[in-house]
Design a protein around this ligand. Structure first.
Ligand code: CAO
Length: 429
């Protein structure tokens, strides 16, 4: 059992293999579930399962032996997975945040040997959601990976029952699936177009990476379930950019490059402190206000998007944040981020500043309630009351959950963010 972060006595909720099965390297052996997340544990070796050391309902800890495999040469290897586990696509995993695992794209999708018995196949948050609605999970048909029941399935079931459908009809109601799956029927949508593209020209079919599959499911849920609005604004970062460039010159030898994103993280912490509802999460009819400031940042990797998290950004200086960001971004690109390094974010920043563009509408990384998108700064003519001045303007796009935040608060958040970025001394006030 590998180190999966700060977990103890996690329950085994699925067992995918049985003695006699042939297991590939990094094939999922079991799913474990804590009160926060469920995740699949991959095998650290390939071979034939000689003995399983865990069963459904057991609890496991780091270092526990999960199975004994017999290699093709007859050698026996313990399959306590050494590779980092692949978080399952649950509500608890970051959303935009595609969890990365070492060689995540290379992890083959496992084929469960049979339907897991016992607990319905759903994450803790989905179970909680179902309990709140009084939905019997064992009557809900799962549309997620491996038949996992998603929040959308629970909602679809509820809608069907409320519309007077029979239970069978309710079960038949399909949750929104990946577009190509043709889901969305309960939303009254027409089916996803099925086109034979070869009729029009040569094509090549490529499987989505594991990160894309996981993030896609999360993005779809967040896009459908969150009444999201995006406010666009500009921040004058002329002086801040000059300070950043000067700081980098002074620190040339340190090897740490101060980035605009580090200043944005610090500025967002100040804005989250001033407007605490942006640092909250919905829990039924209540809001959980977080008293910590962990900021996620979207990182583009060859396998897809991941969101590493700078923990306790309020307690760190710009240099430390820049250094940590550099390390986390490298780990992200190398596919070496651990689940712990991608969890716990209160708020996410998605910066396309190094690439280009003006504004965009980022999707909220549930259960967070807002996300800041940043694009490339450009010199703009800004009227100072007497004349136009050339100022370096940074485009900001703040997407927020309208169930928690109102438009006026979002506008204030952006204005305050702009004021801080315009004069960073305000952080001290
Ligand atoms: N305006 C103008 N220039 C900017 C800028 C901005 N807002 N932000 C960064 N830059 C510049 C940097 O100064 C740097 O220039 P130099 O090389 O001349 O110093 C260059 O752009 C490259 O920056 P970077 O991208 O390497 O560094 P970063 O700190 O801005 O970003 C990271 C790091 C990991 C966030 C980034 O590499 C990345 O992955 N961005 C993509 C995130 C993404 O895909 N978001 C979309 C999510 S929705 O699908």
């Amino acid at each position: 059992m590998p180190d999966i972060g700060d977990f103890k006595d996690v329950a085994v909720i699925e067992v995918f293999v049985k003695p006699g099965d042939t297991v590939k390297l990094e094939q999922s052996l079991i799913t474990v579930e804590s009160d926060k997340a469920s995740m699949e544990i991959p095998s650290s070796a390939a071979g034939v399962v000689r003995e399983l050391k865990v069963k459904l309902g057991d609890t496991v800890n780091i270092g526990d032996l999960l199975a004994i495999l017999e290699g093709t040469g007859g050698a026996v290897a313990p399959a306590a997975a050494a590779a980092a586990p692949v978080p399952a696509a649950t509500a608890a995993t970051p959303a935009v945040a595609a969890p990365a695992a070492p060689s995540a794209a290379a992890v083959p999708a496992h084929n469960p040997t049979g339907a897991p018995v016992g607990l319905p196949h759903a994450s803790p948050s989905v179970r909680k959601f179902a309990r709140e609605l009084g939905v019997p999970l064992n009557e809900v048909k799962g549309s997620g990976p491996k038949g996992r029941i998603t929040e959308a399935d629970v909602l679809a079931f509820t809608r069907s029952v409320m519309a007077g459908a029979t239970q069978t009809q309710a079960q038949a109601a399909k949750a929104p699936a990946a577009p190509a799956g043709g889901g969305g029927s309960e939303l009254g949508l027409i089916p996803w177009p099925k086109v034979d593209f070869t009729k029009f020209g040569p094509v090549e079919r490529k499987e989505l990476s594991r990160i894309k599959k996981i993030s896609g499911a999360n993005l779809l849920r967040n896009a459908i379930m969150i009444p999201a609005v995006t406010n666009h604004d500009d921040a004058d970062i002329t002086d801040l950019e000059a300070f950043r460039v000067a700081t980098n010159k002074e620190n040339e030898k340190s090897g740490v490059k101060v980035t605009m994103l580090a200043f944005l993280i610090k500025a967002c912490v100040a804005a989250l402190k001033k407007y605490p509802e942006f640092n909250s999460s919905l829990d039924g009819d209540a809001l959980i206000y977080k008293q910590y400031f962990h900021i996620g940042f979207a990182a583009d990797t060859p396998n897809g998007l991941v969101v590493p998290v700078i923990k306790d950004a309020d307690k760190k200086g710009i240099l430390q944040i820049s250094q940590e960001m550099g390390e986390l971004a490298k780990k992200a690109r190398d596919g070496k981020l651990t689940p712990a390094e991608m969890s716990g974010a209160c708020f996410t920043i998605s910066s396309l500043g190094g690439i280009g563009g003006r504004y965009f509408t980022p999707i909220i990384n549930a259960p967070e309630v807002a996300i800041l998108g940043v694009c490339k700064s450009t010199i703009e003519p800004v009227w100072d009351g007497k004349a136009f001045q050339p100022r370096l303007m940074l485009p900001l796009s703040l997407t927020w959950d309208h169930r928690v935040i109102d438009g006026a608060a979002a506008a204030r958040f952006n204005v305050y963010l702009g004021q801080i970025l315009g004069d960073f001394r305000r952080v001290l006030l």
